[in-house]
Design a protein around this ligand. Structure first.
Ligand code: ADP
Ligand code: MG
Length: 238
């Protein structure tokens, strides 16, 4: 069970207001996509939810508890980045188990968790390989595996597919949808790609210049865009 509420979340870097009072509700097991042009504040918002960046003001609440002061490791969430950042000298198995090792999880239990994640991601035959012997898509699956082993209640993805070619992106979208079903987790997914947003989301949050322009299902946004920006961005005829 994981819900998230943001209330008037703002972020200022020096003199620039990058987020201007974001209000948002994410329901349990929802697949929510943040979409918007480059520089609109998507990554900053995700990093604030993850605890990698602090909000200048506003409240971040998970399952009813204000977590502004809770450290990233204790928020019950895991983030998958665009750059996979795998350890080149470690095998797939060790890469996937590394955070568990840091957390003091024993070898047996680590192995079980990594094997389970590898099964879900169809990485079992590759566990002994080093990252350089993997394709781009396989590396991204290992990065997702590192998040899965931690059993997060909320997954945060920051443009995880943008380094992959078009065909692989289509395939990974399907895999992520399957993962969402299988893991029963809440997922927040950042992209600047409208097609990804339209095909993957239960709920789309359209951001522009640090503000929420509109929140709705793909069909709501497509048929009832609130303004020209949303219409243009989502690609509907208004
Ligand atoms: P997006 O992910 O939507 O492309 P970002 O959240 O990365 O956008 O950035 C939003 C704005 O905040 C940009 O103008 C960016 O230059 C600025 N920004 C992001 N991080 C920092 C930082 N650490 N210091 C100063 N400005 C930043
Ligand atoms: Mg970004």
């Amino acid at each position: 069970m994981a819900t998230l509420q943001l209330t008037q979340v703002a972020k200022r870097f020096d003199d620039t207001e990058v987020l201007k009072g974001i209000d948002l509700e994410v329901n349990d097991r929802e697949f929510v996509v943040f979409v918007g042009p480059s520089g609109c504040g998507k990554s900053t918002l995700l990093r604030i939810i993850a605890g990698l960046e602090s909000a200048t003001s506003g409240d971040i609440v998970i399952d009813g508890e204000r977590i502004n002061e809770v450290g990233p490791a204790d928020r019950g969430l895991a983030m998958v980045f665009q750059s996979y950042a795998l350890y080149p000298h470690m095998t797939v198995e060790d890469n996937m188990g590394f955070s568990l090792r840091l957390a003091g999880v024993g070898k047996e239990q680590r192995r079980d968790k990594v094997r389970e994640a590898a099964r879900i991601l169809q990485l079992e035959p590759l566990l002994d390989r080093k990252p350089k012997a993997l394709s781009g898509g396989q590396r991204q699956r290992v990065a997702i595996g590192r998040a899965i082993v931690r059993n997060p209640s909320i997954f945060l993805f920051d443009e995880p597919l943008s380094n992959l070619d078009a065909a692989l992106r289509v395939q990974m979208r399907i895999e992520l949808a399957r993962l969402h079903e299988e893991l029963d987790a809440t997922m927040i997914y950042v992209t600047h790609d409208q097609i990804e947003a339209m095909t993957m989301a239960d709920k789309i949050v359209v951001l522009q210049a640090g503000e929420v322009e509109q929140v709705g299902s793909p069909m709501e946004l497509y048929h009832h865009p609130r303004n020209r920006f949303v219409a243009g961005f989502i690609g509907s005829p208004k």
